[in-house]
Design a protein around this ligand. Structure first.
Ligand SMILES: [Zn+2]
Ligand SMILES: [Zn+2]
Ligand SMILES: [Zn+2]
Length: 242
């Protein structure tokens, strides 16, 4: 499901989805997180009673699962090693964490071959599930923030406003909004106020310099409104820093 939606996200723009389909990958991440949280809670509800009532667990079974887990995640991580994109790096990092998790399972499985400590199995399940839950919830938080059009945490909006206002010919700026379609591809809009007597050539220069200023933000959409003097704005400045 999440993969299907992530594949969709590369699709171009249509009339109905004029921003393109980038946010479908966000939707996929959201559904993924919900499924993982429900699954984790189910595992916890099974494992916690077993702490009090430990049963004999199958050491060979754990070892087989661990070896398969290490192989599958390890191969996937290696395949991503040469991909430098941000997303691939995050996924590779996550796969390596999974490999470490399986190594722990393997160690516990081998231990159980020699000493039969029944409580080890539920303790291990609970620790791994809590670790997964912690990661899923922090990722879910980021996804929800993106849906709510928060400024991405890696971006300093004040610094951008300062840089735009430093562009020669710009007197002030307002309504500077930066949000992200999917955490990677961003959208910026701003109003720049110039002097009422600014010539066409100067406006062109202001626009070009402003675009160059925000060039490093991986913008997929950029909207710059040029206003002549303070009274040109048709929008209210509701609680916004002018
Ligand atoms: Zn605004
Ligand atoms: Zn556009
Ligand atoms: Zn304005």
């Amino acid at each position: 499901m999440a993969w299907y939606l992530a594949g969709y996200s590369e699709k171009g723009q249509t009339k109905r989805y004029s921003y393109g389909y980038r946010r479908f990958s966000l939707l996929g991440a959201f559904i993924n997180a919900v499924v993982l949280i429900v699954g984790s809670l189910y595992i916890l509800s099974e494992a916690i009673p077993r702490l009090l009532n430990p049963e004999h667990s199958s050491a060979p079974g754990m070892i087989v699962f661990a070896l398969v887990g290490i192989a599958v995640n390890g191969v996937a991580a290696l395949r991503l090693k040469n991909d430098q994109t941000m997303n691939a790096q995050v996924v590779a990092c996550h796969l390596l964490e999974d490999v470490l998790g399986w190594v722990v399972v393997l160690v516990v499985g081998l231990t159980l071959v020699f000493v039969d400590i029944h409580v080890l199995d539920p303790i291990l399940s609970i620790l791994i599930t809590l670790y997964v839950l912690y990661n899923v919830i922090s990722k879910l938080k980021k996804t929800v923030e993106l849906f709510l059009q928060a400024t991405p945490t890696s971006i300093d909006l004040d610094a951008i406003v300062q840089k735009l206002e430093a562009v020669p010919g710009v007197k002030s700026s307002h309504h500077t909004h930066l949000w992200s379609l999917d955490g990677e591809h961003n959208v910026l809009s701003t109003h720049l106020v110039v002097d009422e007597r600014t010539s066409r050539e100067e406006v062109m220069r202001v626009k070009a310099t402003s675009k160059a200023t925000v060039n490093d933000l991986n913008l997929e959409h950029l909207t710059i409104e040029i206003e002549y003097g303070d009274k040109d704005c048709t929008l209210e400045h509701r609680g916004e820093a002018k």
